[in-house]
Design a protein around this ligand. Sequence first.
Ligand SMILES: Nc1nc2c(ncn2[C@@H]2O[C@H](COP(=O)(O)OP(=O)(O)OP(=O)(O)O)[C@@H](O)[C@H]2O)c(=O)[nH]1
Length: 240
Amino acid sequence: MADIESSFEFSSSLTSSSSLPPPRTRIFKIIVIGDSGVGKTCLTYRFCAGKFPDKTEATIGVDFRERVIEIDGEKIKVQLWDTAGQERFRKSMVQHYYRNVHAVVFVYDVTNAASFQSLPAWIEECRLHALGQEVPRILVGNKCDLRHSAQVNTDVAQQFADTHSMPLFETSAKSPLGNDNRQQCNADHVEAIFLTVAHKLKSQKPLVLSQPSSQFGDTVTLKRNEDEDRGSWGCGCWRS
Ligand SMILES: Nc1nc2c(ncn2[C@@H]2O[C@H](COP(=O)(O)OP(=O)(O)OP(=O)(O)O)[C@@H](O)[C@H]2O)c(=O)[nH]1
């Protein structure tokens, strides 16, 4: 079984002067994987910085971006790990990606059939690192602003997503009104996709403290109950 853990970060600035437990921020680690060039950097940048990046270069190893969001009054840090798609830039880092992962986002490029065909290999790589169906996973078809050049049919993608028990989201990290856009494409999905994952993670069963913190200011790790809910999303495919 995958090691599904949730980290809590304690605010050290508030710990010394008060006997009350310090405020804490749950951290959800979400890894974003898929072939090189499918738009992982652009998707994560869009969610964390709110815009499409001016220019990107191939990711080397891993980048991570964070954004704090509030759900039902609780502050949650969404940590997106943007992994390198190119094998030569992945080798040394792979072990680090897969530790303490709360959710996986698989990305393909709707204009690149090969990136869709690579998905089983990415799923297998996750499985080999103990990230199977018990970990929330979603499938994202990116670059739907280039729909006229699409090579991956939505129905085929949906079938694949169903087979692997994942919700499918087709979206664009780029503006829906970009030059190449002929059909309205809901880029707000980028926001909604990651928020959906965060809601899903937050709504999972309460956490049980498994490792006591010796000092406030440390990051402690909480482990989930063994019998937690598995894989039910209650949300379907979002298409533009
Ligand atoms: N039209 C369009 N182009 C996009 C979109 N998302 C990304 N791109 C472009 O696709 C190219 C690759 O994007 P990246 O985000 O760097 O791809 P990546 O998956 O992070 O690539 P690696 O770091 O090599 O794994 C860049 O030229 C982006 O501008 C999109 O939604 N629409």
